[in-house]
Structures are given as structure tokens and as C-alpha cells.
Design a protein around this ligand. Sequence first.
Ligand code: SF4
Ligand code: SF4
Length: 434
Amino acid sequence: MTSYVATADVPDLKLIRQCVHCGLCLPTCPTYVVLGVEMDNPRGRIRLMKTAHEGGVSVGSEFDEHIYKCLDCRACETACPSGVQFGKIVEAARAQVEAQRPRPPLQRAVRALFFDVLLPRPRLLALAARVSVLGARVGGPILSALARGGGVFQRLSDMTALIPRRALVWDSLPGLMPAIGERRGRVLLFRGCVMRAAFGDVNAATARVLARNGFDVLAPDDQTCCGALHVHAGERDGGRALARKNIDRLERVPDVDAIIVNAAGCGANLKEYGWLLKDDPQYAERAERFAARVKDATEFLGDRGLAATPGGLRLRVTYDDPCHLLHGQKIREQPRALLAAIPELEVVPLEEADMCCGSAGIYNVTHDEIARALLQRKVERIARTHASVVVTANPGCAMQIEAGLRRAGLDIRVAHVVEVLDAAYGGTATVLPA
Ligand code: SF4
Ligand code: SF4
């Protein structure tokens, strides 16, 4: 008798059975590296999900703890010789937790505000982000003084430290940015929620770089959050509702070569709309078609090649792989090739670039101790490169790494791959050192 309820997604038994318990994924699992506990590695978690199928363990405290301690970074997928798709089963297990475990009223209210109110409304999200930044500037020093006593103030102070100090930029892109030079095609830019509310400069840099390389860039206003954070946090119905909206609004835009996304977490989720909506007869096929058109900006530019030669940039940089780009989308070479195409740019390798920085959606808020241990590990390795810029391709990683560098007192900038390219084309990116 199964411990899962039919009202929520159920971890797919066929996918679970693909695990042969070989343990090859263990050294790549960040929670296993930090905690050293069998139940906090992929093999242990898969066994737990299988045992719940057989009714041997209930969805309750032990199950919840190990399923939620996972970062959903999917490093185990890259390492696994059996092709286990861990993200799909752990996200379904989280949906079971949310369906079976009533959260306390305050947590329910905070989650509803975040997932149902803010994320689908970028303007409101932008306002909330600016209020948080202001609050962090005013209250941060007071909180860090109070944090010396530990407890709740320590927690609040750590959360405030995650709020970025970089200027938050609203995305005010025009509906169309025409190609510069010989026209090679037409793409649609997926503007996102966090990207639109706070990283509008990265969206603008993405559009400029694409236009500079011969693509008309459509940036329709009528699109919404991709739902990645919902899916990650067991709110799969919320994620599905957003996916349907994006499909309805964007599939009708004609003559588009690709839907370009510049946030790795969003890209991985958009590419899995087919899986998310596989049981919806009205959307299953449309979701597959939609997903097949999604490309990460670095993937698209790397595969198509740069038509315009970038100018030189005298900088020493290092590249950190976002988990949902490397493990979720298997994109490793293209961002590195784009950086290598910039004359005079020195790109130094980063040890453990493939290991999670601890950001992982809202993990750095819900599991701050493990997230901090991973961030410290990342910052130590970045410091050893003596780079002046860490390049990445996901807003969550950028914010997390920036917070870690700030905490360590290191004057190292964080930039997106497209911002570095944009700067090499003479763009207006201000994130790089002068
Ligand atoms: S997704 Fe990441 S944290 Fe979770 S089991 Fe796999 S490697 Fe470990
Ligand atoms: S998930 Fe893959 S690598 Fe890890 S124990 Fe199972 S089969 Fe081996």
C-alpha cells in the first residue's frame, strides 16, 4: 500500500527503478559532501521515495526532512550512468509533502504571498524588492548588531545579507529591438519575473547582444513567471497554471526561431513544460512544442556562432556553472566558448565550478546553514582564482555569490555571460570593473 496520495504528483516508479544503487553520484551531491549522511544523498533519497511507494514510510517528518534538504541541483543526474532523472522524482515528492502536510498558518500566508501574489506580478515583485533593499540598507546594520546574540536576529540578519546591493533595474525593453547588420532570424525574449523586476539590465544586454548578432528581438509584455520556483518548492499546480498562461500567450507569436531565456533555472523549467503538463490533454502536445523552442541565451549564441566580433576586454574572469544550466540543461561548452571569443579576456578555471553555490531557489532561506557552508566553499575557490569578475548565468546564483563575496570582504564583481559580451561590444554594462 502506497504512502502517496493520488491528489498530488507521485514520484514516477519507472524513473525510481532506474537507480541501480551504484553510488557513483555520491561525491557530486552537495548535501552529502556537507553532511555525510546516506539519507542525504541521491541513493538514500531514491530509496526513501521507493519505500514510500511500498507503504514502508509515510510522508511525514523524516521523509520531508531528507526530500527538502536536497537542493534539486541535479548534479546527480550528470553523474548517473543509469540516466536517473532525479529532478522529476524529487519535485513530485515535494508535491506530496505539500499535499499531505498542512503548514502552519504563517508559513502558508508567506508562501501564498510569494508564489501566488508576487511572482506572477513582476511590477508588484519589483516594488517588494525595492522595499526590501531599502529595509536592508536601513535595518541591516541594526540587525547585524543584534545578531551577535544569535537566534532569530542572526537568521534575519543572514536573510537580509542575501538582498543584493547592486542597483535593481526594471526591464523596460521595447516590444521589438531590430537586428543590426545582416538579418539572421527572429527570436522572442522570455523576460521572466525576477529578471524583469530586478535584472532588467541583463535582459537589455541580452537583447542588445542578440540584435548585434543579426536577430530581431521580440520582447512581448504579455508573458508571466515561468513557474520554476513553484515546481521546485512542490507547488506544481501553481507552476502548471503559469505554464498554461505562457503557452497561451507566446505560442501564437509567429515566425520565431527560438524562445530565448537568460536565467538557467527558468530555462530548465520552460524546457520541461512537456513533462509538467503531460497529463493535461489540452496542453500536453502544445507544451512539448513550446518547450522544444526554448534555448538558453548562451546555448543559442554559442550554437549559432557570433556574427559580430567582440572588442577586447582586459579582465581576468572565472566562470561558475549554474546547476540548472549544466546539470538541468547539459550546457557546459557554449558559455565558455562565448567568453573565449572575447579578445584579451583571461578566463581562469574555477575548481568545483559544477558544484551548487547553495542558492537553489529559496533554499538559502529555508536551509540557511547548509547553504552557507556551500557558499563559503564556493567563495574560497573563487578567491583562489584571483579573478576580478565571476561570470554566471542565473539570477539566484548571482545574488548568492555576490552576498558571499561581500561577506568575505572580497572586491570581486558578479556578471552574466551576456553582460560580459555586451561590454565587449561597447555596451553600457556597469557591472564590470573600470
Ligand atoms: S539534486 Fe543535488 S542535492 Fe539533491 S540528491 Fe541530487 S546532487 Fe544531491
Ligand atoms: S542515482 Fe544513478 S549514480 Fe546514483 S546510485 Fe542511483 S544509479 Fe547510481
